[in-house]
Design a protein around this ligand. Structure first.
Ligand code: CTP
Length: 401
């Protein structure tokens, strides 16, 4: 997907243990078609070689105000950039940038540019939490600088805590969002994830084995392609960058959250395993053994997807999942038609490594009046990618018809 074609991105690399991760970020940006101009601070050279950055980027790395033939490289680099990305950004760099102090090429570029700027801080937890650093971050954010916050995890020297450079995926997602370059740019994608839990009494629920991993992968992939993403979730997994989560538990709560967003939804991906039945009533006290074996009377839950299919506008894309254990295609085809879907993703959850709780999935994509499309066992992010490729095509054909 060369969706950054023609974009000039200055990538600044500061001196920190995470400097090596800039290599991967640069490689992805170049693969996406961007023209990447690497800039290193003196400190970065302690962690990564010039040759590595020069070989991977689109131009040789620049480090100094004085090593170009042109006398004004600092203004030239900043003026011609579509984006300046600093990853990793040290406490020193954030401080210098926040206070307008230009003492090397990178701070000169930052102060001279009018292009959007993304900074990705990485440092030890104590430094990250220091008031001075937090003040500088708040100052930069208030001026419109995009901050990709560090993550929790292992740090240099065996420490652990918040301060680790954000993942390459999170950094790239922000680049796409800021440059407005993804193929889902401007779309509001709503994804449901996880299994619903229907209460029986104060402590017991009717649940299912859904892990929510596939829904989270779809949400992460949609955000990385520029969509505004709302994730309606019953599970507590790490929130993908750029995704806002609404936590729910029951089918009724999920229905309310989804229907509340429906008018502003462009694409609805219903990954959740919604319970089909729930207890008619739930006691506020725990049911005690002494009362004998309880009779739990069930009633059907609303079919959220079928409800959306009945009121779908022609510009909205509705995607369902079918978890089957037999007659995969026939069952999925009948749900595709009955629920008025644009795309059905069918998986045979009786197969090893497929669906519930696994990191992998094997699916068959069904669309009205189109041949089946089979995707063999692969990781859930890859399934999400293939799913959204089809969604993008459906949106294109809806826009032209
Ligand atoms: N679904 C829903 N609301 C329900 C049940 C299911 O929105 N009450 C959605 C699921 O999120 C999924 C699709 O419908 O995207 C198909 O779900 P599935 O459980 O495979 O099918 P059901 O329609 O529930 O039929 P059955 O359980 O009999 O196979």
């Amino acid at each position: 997907m060369a969706d950054l074609a023609g974009k000039r991105i200055v990538v600044g690399v500061c001196g920190g243990i995470a400097a090596y991760k800039a290599v991967e970020v640069i490689r992805h940006l170049v693969d996406a078609g961007a023209h990447v101009i690497p800039v290193m601070t003196k400190g970065a050279e302690h962690f990564i070689g010039r040759t590595t950055l020069s070989a991977l980027a689109s131009e040789p790395v620049q480090m100094s105000l004085w090593d170009e033939a042109s006398p004004i490289p600092h203004t030239k680099l900043g003026q011609s950039a579509d984006l300046v990305l600093v990853a990793p950004a040290t406490a020193r760099l954030l401080g210098a940038y926040a206070h307008g102090l230009s003492n090397d090429l990178m701070t000169n570029v930052l102060i001279a540019t009018r292009a959007p700027v993304i900074v990705c801080p990485a440092m030890h937890t104590e430094m990250w939490e220091h008031q001075a650093v937090q003040h500088n971050i708040a100052l930069l954010a208030s001026r419109g600088v995009h901050i990709v916050e560090p993550e929790d995890g292992r740090l240099a020297g065996g420490d652990s805590g918040k301060g680790r450079l954000a993942s390459t995926t999170a950094i790239l997602a922000r680049v796409h969002q800021v440059l407005g370059s993804g193929d889902l740019q401007g779309a509001h994608v709503v994804v449901s994830a996880g299994g619903t839990r229907e209460p029986i009494d104060a402590v017991r629920v009717i649940a299912n084995r859904s892990s929510g991993k596939q829904g989270y992968a779809v949400a992460a992939e949609a955000a990385s392609r520029g969509a505004r993403v709302s994730l309606i979730s019953t599970v507590d997994l790490p929130i993908p960058a750029g995704v806002s989560v609404i936590a729910v538990e029951t089918a009724a709560e999920m229905q309310k959250a989804i229907e509340g967003l429906w008018q502003q939804t462009d694409v609805m991906v219903m990954c959740a395993a919604v319970a089909d039945f729930r207890p008619v009533s739930c006691t506020s006290e725990k049911i005690k053994k002494e009362g004998g074996i309880p009779q739990i009377i069930l009633e059907p839950t609303p079919d959220i997807l079928a409800g959306l299919g009945a009121v779908k506008r022609s510009d909205q894309v509705l995607v369902g999942f079918a978890a089957e254990t037999s007659d995969l295609v026939a069952n999925a085809q009948s749900k595709l038609e009955r629920k008025n879907l644009d795309l059905m993703v069918a998986n045979d959850v009786s197969q090893p490594g497929v669906g519930f709780q696994h990191d992998t999935n094997a699916v068959t994509f069904l669309t009205p009046n189109q041949p089946l499309h089979l995707l063999p066992l692969s990781d859930k992010r890859n399934v999400a990618r293939a799913l959204l490729d089809i969604v993008v095509k459906i949106r294109q054909s809806k826009a032209t018809s």
